[in-house]
Unconditional design. Structure first.
Length: 157
């Protein structure tokens, strides 16, 4: 597995090592129980890429409008290829696009640390790549986000 990180927002202090560790942790936990992910891994022979793109509100708003028909910026958009038969050829699980501007404003709004909010959004995006959705606050996805974030914040990476 390869995790590619592109920091288009040019955020100083973005600890790529922590982000890589977090993504790898979530994926390693999910391969134990997520049958769709297990089938994807079998198809690509456990050799795949995940792309994380850190950007600003202007760029993510363009993605949001073009692909989701929503005119505003958001914190994260995930493009999952887990069900795409061509993923077998390209060996890409998907792309996660994160607006660091929105993450920063959400951290202020929810009165949490920027890195805590960033890690939560990374987990959220990775779970979307694995075909999770969150129709309500008690969903399986939300429970997994909380569990993985709590574990990660206790770990010194």
């Amino acid at each position: 597995m390869e995790v590619n990180i592109e920091n288009r927002a040019r955020l100083r202090g973005l600890n790529k090592k922590q982000v890589l560790y977090l993504v790898r942790f979530v994926l390693s936990e999910e391969k134990k129980t997520n049958n769709r992910f297990k089938r994807f891994l079998k198809r690509v022979r456990h050799d795949f890429n995940v792309n994380l793109i850190f950007t600003d509100d202007k760029e993510i708003a363009r993605y949001n409008k073009k692909y989701l028909k929503r005119p505003n910026p958001t914190d994260v958009i995930a493009f999952s290829f887990i069900k795409d038969p061509y993923a077998d050829i390209d060996h890409v699980l998907g792309d996660v696009v994160i607006s660091l501007e929105t993450v920063k404003s959400n951290a202020r709004r929810f009165k949490t640390a920027f890195l805590t909010e960033l890690f939560l959004v990374v987990i959220h995006g990775v779970l979307h790549l694995l075909d999770y959705d969150h129709p309500h606050i008690t969903s399986v996805m939300r429970k997994k986000e909380k569990k993985y974030l709590q574990w990660f914040l206790k770990t010194k990476v």
